[in-house]
Design a binder for this molecule. Structure first.
Ligand code: ATP
Length: 284
């Protein structure tokens, strides 16, 4: 395996692992499906984005990009700045300085609604689902279909069932069941399937596998891989390096509010996990 590391001008260490074996995420993608685009603007790009809270600099000069049909994991210890980055992308906070670009166009959101309207879907740990509502109502929450002034229940039920089937959730008994009866993985499928169905451009998943069993985690990663086929750019906020490497094309490591390193995923994943963990802890 080839491995190269370069010192960035801002002092952060960028390591790029060269050879990609057959197990690399690109190779696992189905033939003909969209992958991370080489040409054209990135789905999402952060350019030297910083965020201050009074005297606290939570995020400093963070730059990275996310391609269409690409999965990038944002890794870092508690307090590294990951949540603040996600909140800036999703319109909760405005950056103090720097630029966020969507498809090459600089954007500035006043709130999360504006970010959603521009195609940024955010799924937080607590998931924005209403437990006492059924699956299809949750799926179309805020985007209900109407026919002659009335809710088009038939179409919403059918479209929900189809979207969940496409994302890989095949054993749901009914879209009429309440969300509170779904497992954590099934809830993730609902949120991910919704982002794909409504053709969002960027999907931000905050710790999507926290509190899930190993089996459920694998299923959620299958939903992520399936969603990637649609061309959506997916940013995963993760704590677990090994899990992150199993589903991502690239990882971006944050430490003390800055990007400490960036790695392309491929080659010997065990060795790469060690390098990533060193970058997370600051020992690299
Ligand atoms: N509203 C705020 N006011 C002041 N400081 C803040 C605020 N939000 C975050 N911070 C600080 O910014 C830094 C980065 O926090 P952030 O929550 O983004 O980290 P994180 O990597 O997401 O951590 P975790 O995984 O624990 O959520 C921390 O030092 C935190 O205390």
């Amino acid at each position: 395996m080839e491995s190269s590391a370069t010192q960035r001008t801002d002092g952060a260490l960028t390591a790029v692992v060269g050879l990609r074996p057959a197990s690399a995420p690109e190779d696992r993608r189905e033939a003909g499906a969209p992958g991370p685009s080489e040409a054209g603007p990135a789905a999402l790009e952060l350019r030297r984005v910083s965020k201050r809270f009074g005297q606290v600099v939570a995020v400093r000069d963070v730059s990275f990009s996310l391609g269409h049909g690409e999965v990038v994991a944002l890794l870092g210890d508690n307090g590294a700045g990951k949540s603040t980055v996600v909140k800036m992308i999703s319109g909760v906070f405005a950056p103090t300085s720097g630029e966020i670009r969507l498809d090459g166009q600089a954007v500035r959101f006043r709130n999360s609604k504006q970010a959603r309207e521009r195609g940024i879907a955010t799924v937080y740990q607590d998931l924005a689902l209403v437990p006492t509502m059924n699956v299809w109502r949750n799926f179309f929450l805020g985007s209900e279909l109407r026919h002659r002034g009335r809710l088009d229940v038939k179409r919403m039920r059918a479209e929900t069932a189809q979207a969940l089937h496409e994302i890989g959730l095949r054993n749901l008994s009914s879209v009429d069941q309440e969300v509170k009866g779904l497992s954590g993985g099934e809830r993730q499928a609902l949120s991910i399937g919704r982002a794909v169905h409504f053709q969002q451009q960027v999907l931000l998943l905050d710790e999507p596998t926290a509190a899930l069993s190993v089996k459920e985690t694998e299923k959620v990663f299958d939903y992520v891989r399936q969603a990637r086929q649609s061309g959506i750019g997916i940013l995963l906020i993760m704590h677990n390096t090994v899990q992150a490497l199993s589903v991502s094309d690239r990882v971006v490591v944050m430490r003390h509010g800055e990007v400490a390193a960036e790695f392309a995923v491929g080659g010997d994943l065990e060795a790469l996990a060690k390098q990533v963990n060193l970058a997370i802890s600051g020992a690299a």
